[in-house]
Design a protein around this ligand. Structure first.
Ligand code: NAP
Length: 252
């Protein structure tokens, strides 16, 4: 199995890379190449390779359609196939809707929605040629509860669900299964930045019926399952990984 994780250097994406690589998949991930994360990316590659995994990284801005296409074409040439796409890239800027500039809106739609479309468009020819594939979008519980603190983030994540439904309806018959994983309260940089204050973070934990924040591995296990034959009859679904918070929030 060859898996491409778009946005795999940190947080949930890095957890997904780790899980696919350790499950035996040839795993390629992209990231922005920011210098302050370079050491972290190298460590991740070294550890996985030392453990016998086949893993590669590419610097590619997911908001650049031509760059995404080039990464997919290169991967298909190098590995001879591409079975799984995980579109994980996401970014959130918390601010009121009325304070959201047009430029900022467009940028957030680009990062959270268009990036996934560019990746899907790039992988479809390979998957169609191979007679199948698996596509996973990483959404957010905001599609159910309007959380997350930004109108563009909420709109973009809902857009991923629309794309998933379109793909399930039109491409499942070509062997391509598409699903969405909606994480919430997973302890990553994205969450740490928003809940830097310890008291605020505790309030968040108190809302989670399972009684803790999630870890990237909590999301990654589901991603590998959905991409495997164990998930072979699951298509067009949205699955929350949220410790029960979205629908069963603790407290009055
Ligand atoms: N954490 C949560 O509780 C939570 C909740 C709901 C939804 N999510 C969703 O889960 C996904 C992962 O979130 P996270 O918490 O793991 O976030 P994170 O820790 O901020 O990691 C984001 C990842 O995306 C990559 N990335 C960002 N912009 C990119 C671009 N333009 N091109 C290529 N890579 C890019 C980053 O790469 P660099 O290292 O190069 O920056 C990094 O690997 C996102 O879609 C997010 O919306 C997370």
């Amino acid at each position: 199995m060859v898996a491409l994780i778009v946005g795999g250097s940190r947080g949930i994406g890095a957890g997904i890379v780790d899980a696919f690589a350790r499950a035996g998949a040839t795993t390629l991930f992209t990231h922005t190449g920011q210098p302050h994360y370079a050491e972290q990316v190298q460590k991740m590659l070294d550890q996985l390779r030392a453990d016998g995994c086949q893993v590669e990284a590419a610097v590619a801005d997911a908001c650049e359609p031509e760059t995404t296409k080039a990464v997919v074409e290169q991967a298909t040439r190098d590995f001879g196939r591409l079975d799984v796409l995980v579109a994980n890239v996401g970014q959130n800027l918390v601010r009121p809707a009325e304070a959201t500039s047009t430029q900022s809106w467009q940028q957030m739609i680009d990062v959270n929605l268009s990036s996934a479309f560019y990746a899907v468009r790039a992988v479809l020819p390979t998957m169609l040629h191979a007679g199948g594939g698996r596509i996973l979008f990483v959404g957010s519980s905001t599609v159910y509860d309007g959380g997350g603190g930004a109108i563009d983030y909420a709109a973009a994540k809902a857009g991923l669900v629309g794309m998933m439904r379109y793909l399930a309806r039109n491409y499942a018959r070509h062997g391509i299964r598409t699903n969405v994983i909606h994480p919430a309260v997973i302890e990553t940089d994205l969450l740490r930045e928003r809940y830097a204050d310890a008291a605020k973070k505790q309030l968040l934990i108190d809302q989670v019926p399972i009684g803790r924040l999630g870890q990237p591995a909590d999301v990654a296990g589901l991603a590998v399952f959905l991409a495997s034959s164990w998930g072979g009859f699951i298509c067009g679904q949205e699955i929350l990984v949220d410790g029960g918070r979205t629908f069963y929030r603790s407290g009055p």
